[in-house]
Ligand binder design. Structure first.
Ligand code: NAD
Length: 256
């Protein structure tokens, strides 16, 4: 379905981003990976799906590096047809104790980076009259939790950015939508489970069950494969008129 297209997925060396990159590769899209840590294993895994894969290690908190990544993608593949804004970090603290530097980093990586990639990707998408922008927001883009002010602000912000971009591109073949996952068992969430187990003196399994029980009525994690399936749908012709939505995949979290 996506043969000949190029997908750039930010924060795709791990977790949800890598899962979405693989799902799009399974549909034939060439992939530009981004993110920190080991890039060789993800590159090998994506290449094994029979597509071309490139990697750029831009830090999503640095606009100049983002610009360099977008130029790199265009030089390798001509243009970015599918942009998945996924890179994200979390920091948990009461607002009055929130380290200013952590606030700035969460907003830069989880929100502002998507402004930069989007503004740089859209001209070529408009020219081709086809493009897909998929923003990985969160249940926290729709509702809040305590001690996550920066994350909730960034995720609500990216839902707003999604709607504005969808309106600006509404008369073109470019669409922009957000996906709002509930809990997904990735390194980002495993850290929160481990912290909770250590803080409350309980086992990791107990901490995991408590975490799900508080928010996610299905008591099951959303999986990376399920999110890959939704991202693939948003890139399909069936989704041509899906524009500006914030699509929850959260086991019922935001239905409450
Ligand atoms: P993860 O920690 O497994 O992956 C995050 C990715 O972002 C990694 O590849 C990391 O290297 C990259 N990254 C971090 N900082 C970066 C930076 N400055 N520049 C470039 N890359 C950077 O996390 P995940 O759970 O897969 O999260 C991916 C996205 O999904 C995030 O936006 C997160 O907010 C969102 N999300 C996650 C969950 C969940 O339960 N895991 C739920 C809702 C939304």
């Amino acid at each position: 379905m996506l043969k000949g297209k190029t997908a750039l997925v930010t924060g795709s060396t791990s977790g949800i981003g890598l899962g979405i990159a693989k799902a799009l590769a399974q549909q034939g899209a060439n992939i530009v990976l981004n993110g920190f840590g080991d890039a060789t294993t993800p590159q090998t895994e994506v290449a094994a799906l029979g597509v071309k894969v490139e990697y750029h290690g831009a830090d999503m908190s640095k606009p100049a590096e983002i610009e360099d990544m977008m130029k790199f993608a265009a030089s390798k593949f001509g243009r970015v047809d599918i942009l998945v804004n996924n890179a994200g970090i979390q920091h948990v603290a009461q607002v009055e104790d929130f380290p200013v530097e952590r606030w700035d980093a969460v907003i830069a990586i989880n929100l502002t980076s998507a402004f930069h990639t989007t503004r740089l990707a859209i001209p070529a998408m408009r020219e081709a009259n086809w493009g897909r922008i998929v923003n990985i927001a969160s249940a926290h883009g729709l509702v809040a939790s305590a001690q996550k002010s920066a994350y909730v602000a960034a995720k609500h912000g990216i839902v707003g950015l999604t709607k504005s971009v969808a309106l600006e591109t509404a008369r073109t073949g470019v669409t922009c939508n957000a996906i709002c996952p509930g809990w997904v068992l990735t390194p980002l969430v495993q850290k929160q489970i481990d912290d909770r187990a250590a803080r409350d003196g309980i086992t990791v399994t107990q901490a995991q069950n408590e975490l799900l029980g508080e928010k996610q009525p299905s008591l099951q994690f959303t999986t990376v494969d399920q999110l890959g399936g939704l991202a693939t749908f948003l890139c399909s012709p069936a989704a041509d008129q899906v524009r500006g939505v914030a699509w929850a995949m959260d086991g019922g979290w935001t239905a409450q």
